[in-house]
Each structure stands twice: as structure tokens, then as C-alpha cells.
Design a binder for this molecule. Structure first.
Ligand SMILES: [Zn+2]
Length: 381
């Protein structure tokens, strides 16, 4: 099996792959829509069977959220190669009227196509091709598709960590950055800071009130000063709200804070700083909710080696692959925190994640599928 033969195979398969992508995208699957989650999982399972993949399929329902899916191929005792992705999208039902699944020039548009449902088809195609050729990777391969990645993996995380604990390496099929593979991702924290004051008539006796909005306003600068951009640590107040009506001293206000960091020590520093915020007006009570959500995916030597593997596979058939470190987190962050080498952003080239211009590039399909197939076949340590 040479990369050029594989490229030929996927070029010949291109229109079948496009059709399969159409089918999966036309089943809209926003996070927390149980019926649609089940429908899209049905379609993935059906497609894997049609592709002749011999596997053990496990469907794990998450109450009120959807279904997680695991497809285990070439089972055995060795540690596995974990292929990670998700079936949920950020697009509410009906979004496909605004970004219908369609082809324009070399672009295949659709809701959730780039992030990351088209890549699910590539996972299946890669395994199907290896099976047809009788090429067996050196270890078992597990596809894990969670159904709540876009909302923070509150039910999927446990599964991801369980499977990662038994993984040799992990390949994450999240969107690429203009084709570039992601070898570093910041970790994330999400917080809500609430201020509790007391109400009063703004005209008759404002002095009797304690202004919760004013307190939050003063806290914003304080919160922003926790950032250390030179270390890649960002701290941003992204929403703010408070008050009831225009003539009442507000007793309540809150703001939501987005935190990003490249090391766990920075995560702990920011967390401590937020927890030790003191009110400027001591009559105000401050309350902090939230915490660290995803740990960072750090570019360790093992991650660099895995990227080098991908780059050198690409070089054999003229497919240039670059790497990048990004601010956005994925489930790959949870895997990396367990010390498993991860490369992320292995998905197709395209653009418009979370937007109504979301698309992939059809011309990349055969090239990307070839890379993924050979990575799966040879990437284990
Ligand atoms: Zn995604």
C-alpha cells in the first residue's frame, strides 16, 4: 500500500464520499437534541456497515443530551489508537435553510460540515480501505464520537478519558486551520462573577441602595489585569448584565469570564486570583461560579514526533502539512492531560466553523483521506 495508490483510491471514491457527507450533514444534530443525535448516530452506524467494516458498535445514551458512539475495530489486548470526534453541531434546527448542503465550485457547504461531521466519513473510509486491503494496524482502533463536545463535553468527557487511558496515541478529527494540523491548544476556564447589593429608589433615596452594577464595572478592570498575554494567558469579561429598571439602584449584576492558558500552572494562578477577588464596596457580596474546564494540549516531544510522522507521510505524495498552536480547546485537551500523544485538527481543509458560511474543500478529500489512512496504519509508537 503506497500513498500514491491510496490517493488514487480516494480520488476514485470522491463522489461517493461527497454523497455520504451530504447524507450525514442533512441530518441536523445540534447539541442536546436527543432525537437528532440518535438519527445521526443511526446514519454513521449504517454507513460503517455499508463500507464493510467489521466492528463492535457501542451506543451510549446520555440522558437528555444524545448518544455517544464507539466503533471498535481490530480488537485486541494492545493499547489502542483513539480516533476522536463529535456528532453534535452548534447550529440550531433549521439552520440548513440558511446554509443548505450544496456544492459551489470546489466548496461543499453545510452546517457542521467542517466542524466536524465530514471528517466522520473520512474516519470510516480510511478504516474501510485498510480492511479491504487486509492491512491491520499494529493495535486496535477505536472511533469515539461524543454528542456534547460543542457544549463542553459534560457527559462525553468521562468516556473520552476512559478510552484515552487505554490509548497509545490519539488522532483528533476536529477542523484543520487552513489545512494545518493543531499541535497545541490552550486550556479553557469559564466563570460567572455575581455581585449582590441592595435596591433603592434612584430618585428618592439612592443613598440607601448598594449598586451591584457599579461593583461589577469596577471588577472588570481588576479581572482583566489577571491576564499574562506574554505567557499566552488571556482573561476576558465577555458578557455583562444587571439591574431591573431604569429608576432602581440595581441589587444584582453579573459578568461571564473567558479564561485561556497554555500551562496548568497558569490555570491555577488565574483560578486563585479570581477566587480571591474582594468587593470594592464592602457592603457588596461577590459570588464566583465556574472553574477550569479543559486543560491545555501542550506541544510535548511526543506530540512533535507524531506531527513529524504526519508531515513525512504527506511528503511522499506532495501534500504539504504545517502545524499551528491555537486558542480554542477540544476533547483532545482531555486526552493530552493524561499524557497521551495527541495531534488535533486532522480534519479537512475548509472554513467557517460555527458560522453560516461553513464549508470544506472537495479537492482536499482524497489528499486528507490518504494522510489519515497511512497515519492510522503506522502511527503507533
Ligand atoms: Zn468540533
Amino acid at each position: 500500500m503506497t500513498t500514491l495508490e491510496t490517493l488514487q483510491h480516494f480520488r476514485a471514491r470522491e463522489s461517493a464520499i461527497v454523497d455520504a457527507i451530504f447524507e450525514i450533514i442533512n441530518i441536523e444534530s445540534p447539541s442536546n437534541d436527543v432525537g437528532q443525535s440518535t438519527a445521526v448516530v443511526d446514519q454513521v452506524v449504517k454507513y460503517a456497515a455499508e463500507c464493510g467494516i467489521e466492528s463492535i458498535v457501542e451506543r451510549i445514551p446520555a440522558d437528555g443530551v444524545g448518544e455517544h458512539l464507539m466503533i471498535r475495530v481490530w480488537p485486541g489486548d494492545a493499547k489502542q489508537i483513539l480516533l476522536l470526534g463529535h456528532t453534535d453541531t452548534v447550529h440550531p434546527i433549521g439552520s440548513n435553510k440558511k446554509n443548505p448542503t450544496r456544492i459551489e465550485d470546489d466548496k461543499l457547504y453545510g452546517c457542521g460540515i467542517f466542524d466536524m461531521k465530514a471528517n466522520i466519513i473520512l474516519m470510516i473510509e480510511a478504516i474501510s480501505y485498510l480492511s479491504q486491503l487486509g492491512v491491520r494496524p499494529p493495535c486496535p482502533v477505536t472511533i469515539l464520537l461524543s454528542c456534547d463536545e460543542e457544549t463542553g463535553s459534560h457527559t462525553g468527557r468521562e468516556l473520552v478519558e476512559r478510552e484515552a487511558a487505554n490509548a497509545e496515541i490519539c488522532l483528533v478529527f476536529e477542523p484543520s486551520a487552513e489545512g494545518r494540523v493543531k499541535t497545541g491548544r490552550k486550556g479553557t476556564g469559564q466563570y460567572t462573577l455575581t455581585s449582590h447589593g441592595s435596591p433603592a429608589h434612584a430618585g428618592l433615596e439612592p443613598e440607601k441602595g448598594v449598586n451591584a452594577v457599579s461593583e461589577i464595572a469596577r471588577q472588570v478592570e481588576q479581572i482583566h489585569s489577571i491576564a499574562r498575554p506574554e505567557l499566552g494567558t488571556t482573561v476576558n469579561v465577555c458578557t455583562i448584565s444587571g439591574g431591573t429598571t431604569s429608576n432602581v439602584i440595581p441589587e444584582y449584576a453579573e459578568c461571564e469570564i473567558d479564561v485561556r492558558f497554555t500551562t496548568m500552572s497558569e490555570a491555577v494562578r488565574v483560578d486563585d486570583s479570581l477566587r480571591s477577588l474582594k468587593p470594592f464596596d464592602e457592603r457588596v457580596r461577590l459570588d464566583l461560579q465556574g472553574g477550569i474546564n479543559r486543560p491545555p494540549l501542550e506541544r510535548t516531544p511526543q506530540v512533535a514526533a507524531l506531527f513529524e510522522k504526519a508531515r513525512s507521510i504527506g511528503a511522499t505524495y506532495g501534500y504539504a502539512i504545517d502545524e499551528v498552536q491555537v486558542g480554542g480547546a477540544s476533547d483532545g485537551n482531555f486526552v493530552a492531560a493524561l499524557g497521551v500523544p495527541v495531534i488535533d485538527g486532522l480534519g479537512l481543509a475548509g472554513a467557517g466553523a460555527h458560522m453560516l458560511t461553513e464549508h470544506i474543500l472537495i479537492g482536499d478529500i482524497a489528499y486528507r483521506a490518504t494522510l489519515l489512512t497511512h497515519l492510522i496504519a503506522t502511527a503507533a509508537r
